[in-house]
Ligand binder design. Sequence first.
Ligand SMILES: [Zn+2]
Length: 60
Amino acid sequence: MAVPKRRISRSRRGNRRAHNAKPALQLVACSHCGTNIRPHHICPQCGHYRGKQVTVGASA
Ligand SMILES: [Zn+2]
């Protein structure tokens, strides 16, 4: 099995991990009720998607 020849220094390890951060969640306003929702998802508040009610049970 291949084994690293040298130990990765703290600085090099940190430089690599500098790109690993998870981006902040993108939120857009629901076109029906105005709450912040994730884009391309059904609104959990009112159950609307692209201007139409798409779930049963969720209140208007
Ligand atoms: Zn909504």
